[in-house]
Design a protein around this ligand. Structure first.
Ligand code: FE2
Ligand code: FE2
Length: 239
């Protein structure tokens, strides 16, 4: 198998340095990462040779910090996700919603995509706040209890949802939905590019959306590709 036919997700997992390259080219390596690299490049009209050259260069550079989470405890990883990424979402989405409101009120008449962008930002905010609450109140505490029980050689804790794979499947579907909303925001905003001569608020809004996408991809990568598979494997290893 060549790198072109490997899935984006596999490449991100094998080589965390590749994440920087995917961010640079706007390639989704989390929810949308289940497709081969050549297909991901075609979808974004990117020259695959350029992406592969950047991946090869990145693989020779120092290892990205995402790698450290492959060996940390699941409880530490969940705490990191909540303190870093959930906190960022809680802080940033209301700010982006305010930006959207302002930009629509000033430029919505001449830029028909702006009200659509505003509606997607609101939808994303509603989805993410419910999603994160489920992780913080149900799934992550269960994973921590499971890890502790196994460490102490005690029976596995009972979840009201059967196997841990069930809530994980639900969270993964919700990640797909958030990732799809983010992809629509990128498309509607022409890759987060404000029109020529746009005001500073417009620039600030699109820069905020671009940064939000990067954080969302890192966040979902840590959950889909590291925390969740390790939690399923841990549960399977218990008696
Ligand atoms: Fe999360
Ligand atoms: Fe999540």
């Amino acid at each position: 198998m060549t790198i072109a036919t490997q899935t984006v997700r596999e490449i991100a997992l094998e080589n965390p340095a590749s994440i920087r390259v995917f961010e640079q080219f706007g390639i989704d390596y989390c929810c949308g990462g289940r497709i081969p690299l050549d297909e991901a490049c075609a979808n974004r009209s990117l020259a695959i040779s350029e992406v592969i050259a950047a991946l090869e260069k990145a693989s020779k550079e120092p290892v990205a910090q995402a790698d450290e989470w492959a060996s940390a405890s699941l409880s530490e990883l969940a705490t990191h996700i909540v303190n870093t990424h959930h906190a960022y979402v809680n802080r940033e989405l209301p700010r982006l919603a305010q930006f959207a409101k302002k930009v629509v009120s000033r430029h919505g008449d001449t830029r028909p995509e702006l009200p659509l962008i505003q509606a997607k930002v609101v939808e994303l905010g509603e989805e993410m706040s419910q999603h994160q609450a489920k992780e913080e109140l149900i799934l992550f505490p269960h994973i921590s209890r499971l890890e502790k029980a196994i460490h102490e050689n005690k029976p596995k804790p009972e979840g009201c949802f059967g196997t841990v794979a069930n809530p994980i499947a639900m969270m993964t579907r919700e990640h797909d939905s958030a990732g799809a909303l983010m992809a629509e925001l990128r498309k509607l905003s022409h890759d987060f590019t404000p029109p020529v001569g746009a005001c500073p608020t417009y620039h600030g809004f699109y820069t905020g959306l671009r940064e939000f996408e990067q954080d969302l991809h890192q966040h979902i990568h840590l959950e889909n590709n590291i925390l969740f598979p390790r939690a399923i494997a841990l549960e399977g290893s218990a008696a």
